[in-house]
Design a protein around this ligand. Structure first.
Ligand SMILES: Cc1cc2nc3c(=O)[nH]c(=O)nc-3n(C[C@H](O)[C@H](O)[C@H](O)COP(=O)(O)O)c2cc1C
Length: 184
């Protein structure tokens, strides 16, 4: 039997968006705990390909200024919305992967990194912390700013913030029976 608690935690994970954040700042000790949990993800050959660049406080302004600079086509409204999202967010974690193309296919390293993100995400369940994984197109333009080399990639941003009340999002899941083919 699997423990009831673990199913409750996994099924209790949700995306929470910056519009729902209250603007409070998460303690750095908590952020470190989230990242330690992320670090327990599995990886083929134990390459542990994930790494994170964390923006908080004044550095959020530096990040958003760069995003605006890289996207001259952004409308005034879009920039304004982005600014509000950044203000409300406590920390913005840039999710990065180091590929090891000579020993492993790219997808395995990305899969391992996604598992690290999932660890971080489910660690927020039952807390006043919410977050979501954002994967805007401009991620690929950020290599220089993030000082990534040719083997490294940015896989998006994890926005984290404090939430007063977490209302469950009732996103319908497809029935698992539609995705199962038994071979008994
Ligand atoms: C790899 C990945 C990329 C995502 N990128 C975005 C995104 O760019 N914008 C967005 O609004 N949500 C994004 N999401 C969040 C999904 O929309 C969200 O997980 C989905 O709607 C299910 O909702 P839930 O997380 O509350 O269960 C992403 C999720 C994953 C796993």
């Amino acid at each position: 039997m699997i423990k009831k608690e673990i199913s409750k935690i996994i099924q209790g994970r949700n995306s929470f968006y910056p519009r729902e954040f209250n603007g409070k700042v998460i303690g750095e000790d908590v952020i470190i705990q989230l990242l330690k949990n992320a670090n327990f993800a599995p990886s083929h050959k134990m390459t542990q390909p994930w790494f994170f660049k964390i923006f908080c406080g004044d550095s959020k302004k530096i990040l958003i200024d760069e995003i605006i600079r890289l996207n001259p086509n952004f409308s005034k409204e879009k920039i304004e919305k982005l600014k509000v999202n950044y203000d409300k967010s406590s920390h913005i974690i840039c999710i990065c992967v180091k590929l090891n193309k000579d020993i492993l296919p790219e997808w395995e390293e990305i899969a391992a990194t996604a598992m690290a993100v999932q660890n971080l995400w489910i660690s927020c369940v039952d807390s006043k912390i919410g977050g979501y994984w954002s994967t805007p197109k401009y991620c690929s333009k950020m290599k220089d700013f993030l000082c990534l080399n040719s083997e490294e990639k940015c896989l998006g941003f994890f926005y984290l913030g404090c939430i007063d009340h977490k209302n469950p999002r009732n996103i319908k899941r497809k029935n698992i029976n539609e995705k199962i083919e038994w071979h008994r």
